[in-house]
Design a protein around this ligand. Structure first.
Ligand code: SAM
Length: 262
């Protein structure tokens, strides 16, 4: 039989687990809203303020503000993803909501980018052919589709911090951090980032402001990929090294594929 103290302890810990789950759901919802807004923001569609909405600051100041905004995103994303930061951060918050806090912070910085972004309305290219413009818009949506699909392949709800608190309420504890190479991950090592690159670059109307976004975020993705792979090699060792040899980073490799794991 359980003592009264045990029952109180049990219900307190269940309340904490439920609170953690609620927090992670709130973070996930914030992410969904910013993600959907970002699609409209970059595609200049169905949002009150898009990447090319003006008027803004004079272009030299607009450039400074925009580069600063992307730098804030890159710093938040990279610092919070490092193991050393996570170790210290988990002394402050319960480890089970660590990923959800990362998702919430990323969504907040993304929202800041959409809100404060300064347009630089000088045309870099403008596709006149309706057919070609339509093809580019289709490819733009394909890029976002790739992001979503890859996230589900790698474990969507773990990536966005919902699975971790959910697992504390379920028995037995599932194993996290498994090395996975499902479908798209057999073609390229970073299909999700490839999807972002397509969505950032492919547009029938490229303005200087949009180009600044595409260039700076591409630079960040390339640096972030190196950092992520360093962690993945540390985590998975030779399995990941073999994977690197056989599968291209962002474009399919022409080399023979073998030993790509599951
Ligand atoms: C935002 S996801 C991006 C995944 C991948 N870079 C991509 O572009 O598809 C980042 C998380 O996925 C994890 N990850 C990346 N590749 C993985 C793999 N092959 N197996 C398991 N986890 C992976 C990383 O450790 C990191 O926590």
């Amino acid at each position: 039989m359980h003592t009264q103290t045990e029952l109180i302890k049990g219900s307190t810990s269940r309340t904490k687990k439920l609170a953690a789950l609620l927090f992670s759901l709130f973070s996930y919802l914030s992410f969904l809203l910013t993600f959907v807004y970002l699609i409209g923001f970059l595609g200049n569609v169905a949002v009150p303020k898009s990447i090319d909405s003006g008027p803004g600051l004079a272009w030299p100041w607009a450039l400074v503000v925009d580069v600063l905004l992307i730098t804030v995103f890159a710093l938040q994303h990279s610092i919070m993803a490092r193991k050393s930061f996570k170790r210290r951060w988990c002394h402050v918050i319960p480890p089970v909501i660590e990923r959800a806090t990362y998702v919430l912070a990323s969504s907040a910085v993304l929202a800041l980018i959409c809100w404060l972004w300064q347009p630089i309305d000088i045309s870099v290219w403008s596709v006149q052919s309706p057919l070609f413009a339509g093809l580019l818009v289709t490819l733009y949506w394909f890029g976002w589709g790739l992001v979503l699909l890859a996230s589900f392949m790698i474990s969507h709800f773990e990536l966005f911090g919902v699975k971790q608190p959910l697992d504390t309420l379920r028995q037995p504890k599932p194993v996290n951090n498994a090395f996975r190479t499902p479908a798209l991950y057999k073609l390229v090592r970073h299909p999700l980032y490839l999807g972002f690159l397509i969505a950032f670059w492919v547009t029938p109307e490229m303005s200087v402001g949009h180009l600044v976004f595409a260039l700076t975020s591409t630079l960040y993705i390339l640096i972030g990929t190196q950092l992520e792979e360093k962690d993945l090699v540390e985590l998975f060792g030779d399995k990941y090294r073999v994977y690197q040899k056989n599968v291209g980073m962002l474009l399919p490799s022409l080399r023979r594929k073998s030993g790509t794991g599951r």
